[in-house]
Design a protein around this ligand. Structure first.
Ligand SMILES: [Zn+2]
Length: 463
């Protein structure tokens, strides 16, 4: 049996593990690349892969870097099953559709010049049609239940605590009378992630693929981060200004709403009106509300006692563009959570344009800001920025609530691995750049005397 990595090898995007045994071939995740330019060719065509045949696909979770190449499979004629938890299927539907839409806008923008010049136009890699085909192939798999996905290949999904529906996968394989266990960690969340349960590790494996995104450091304690959030709200309340939160629509937005509802209820936060101004985040929040069976104990209790409400009645929803524009007249103090996360597109740009010049405004950044993004410029202290071609002076308070993460830190990853370490598995560190995976490999070597494999794209691990 062998496993080839077609992504997330020395990289944090493009997760894809091609498992080949005598009786079947299975893909675990098939995500798109979002970082290095030279890898993005793999987002466009399957011809660079050596997929002999494919009997089934199984997903760890819905993020685009784990699902984004599925439309390529259906385009090339794949009609087999795609297994995932029910929540992953629901969230993946939102993410894939959104990605097709964004691609559509991008292609239109990029084609403007060649169209005028009569040059050949770029084609969209996939659209709504392919997404619908992918959705028709999904088959839900329950957690903690052995499930046969291909001949000789059973899986068991464990909570991975990263996103609603996220799972680590145990694969029990039988080949020529030999039984082996392969474990794919998927993306592992920190123990204290709001709403979702903590990661549930495995106790035995012959081969482990462990993510290593933050293998090099530990996060700031959550309490400290939440205190920063409280101070931001306190300051804005005194100034009676708007707090603009660039929203990562799925996961981070629901976490924030959760902390707000909990803080208002416990009276640890000044109660201010909260507006959710992102159609995608509204949809995602409804998906979260539809999967209460996956909530951790605290979230289940807050739901049972009505502190968090599944009909979103505690917050103001801005579905339409008119609703969003009307927020220009909303009085502070208030919080507007608007897409998108790095301030490069979406409704947040309108709010920034109308409010950055006001000293009473606060911008609260809650997630990673890529190089060159407007969010990064604000964090770096730019005094003037360009929005929709217009120069805007920055007088707002730019606040960073930097400790929220969807990935376990070094100690979280070690804790997860510790549970399976007694079985002395072959360990492959995937889903991490050298910066993350090398320090983690060193610690694991010292602590467990296990020398981790640090694979490159296309590398095959034999078992
Ligand atoms: Zn993820």
């Amino acid at each position: 049996m062998k496993v080839t990595l077609f992504g997330a090898a020395g990289d944090v995007t493009g997760s894809a593990y091609y498992v080949q045994i005598a009786s079947a071939s299975v893909l675990v995740d098939f995500g798109s690349f979002q970082g290095r330019k030279e890898m993005q060719i793999h987002n466009e065509t399957l011809t660079t892969l050596d997929l002999k045949k494919l009997d089934a696909v199984i997903l760890t979770h819905a993020h685009l870097d784990h699902t984004g190449r599925l439309p390529l499979l259906v385009k090339s004629g794949y009609k087999g099953p795609v297994y995932a938890t029910k929540a992953t299927i629901d969230v993946a539907g939102l993410i894939l559709m959104d990605s097709a839409k964004i691609q559509g806008y991008e292609i239109k923008r990029k084609n403007k010049k060649p169209e005028k010049a009569g040059q050949p136009l770029l084609k969209q890699i996939y659209g709504e049609e392919e997404i619908k085909k992918v959705m028709s192939l999904f088959i839900p798999v329950p957690y903690n239940t052995p499930y046969e996905i291909a001949e000789g290949c059973f899986v068991r999904l464990h909570e991975s605590g990263h996103l609603l529906g996220s799972a680590s996968i145990e694969m029990d394989i039988e080949e020529n009378g030999n039984k082996k266990i392969i474990v794919f960690s998927g993306d592992i969340g920190p123990d204290d992630t709001a709403i979702v349960k903590n990661p549930d590790p495995f106790s035995s494996a012959d081969l482990v693929f462990l993510e290593s995104t933050y293998g090099d450091h530990n996060h700031k304690p959550l309490e400290e981060t939440l205190l920063e959030g409280k101070e931001i709200i306190d300051r804005a309340s005194v100034k009676k200004g708007k707090i603009l939160v660039p929203a990562f629509a799925i996961g981070r937005s629901q976490q924030l709403l959760y902390y707000l509802a909990r803080g208002f209820h416990r009276k640890t936060l000044n109660k201010i009106p909260v507006y959710l101004d992102s159609p995608m985040a509204i949809k995602a929040t409804k998906v979260y509300a539809g999967h209460k069976e996956l909530y951790d104990d605290e979230a289940a209790e807050l739901y049972r006692t009505g502190v968090i409400k599944s009909d979103l009645s505690g917050i103001h929803i801005s579905e339409s563009a008119e609703d969003s524009i009307a927020l220009n007249n909303a009085e502070g103090p208030c919080m507007i959570i608007a897409g998108g996360g790095m301030c490069n597109a979406g409704r947040i740009l309108h709010h920034l344009k109308h409010n950055l010049y006001k000293p009473e405004t606060t911008v609260m950044i809650t997630g990673y800001q890529g190089t060159g993004s407007l969010g990064r410029k604000l964090l770096e202290g730019s005094k003037k920025v360009k929005i929709f071609g217009e120069e805007v002076v920055v007088r707002a308070d730019i606040a960073h609530m930097g400790g929220l993460s969807a990935h376990a830190d070094q100690s979280g990853l070690l804790k997860w691995f510790d549970a399976v370490s007694d079985s002395k598995p072959v360990l492959v560190l995937s889903h991490g750049e050298d910066k993350g995976r090398k320090p983690l490999a060193e610690i694991i070597k010292k602590k467990y005397n296990i020398k981790a494999v640090l694979p490159e794209y296309g590398e095959t691990i034999m078992l």
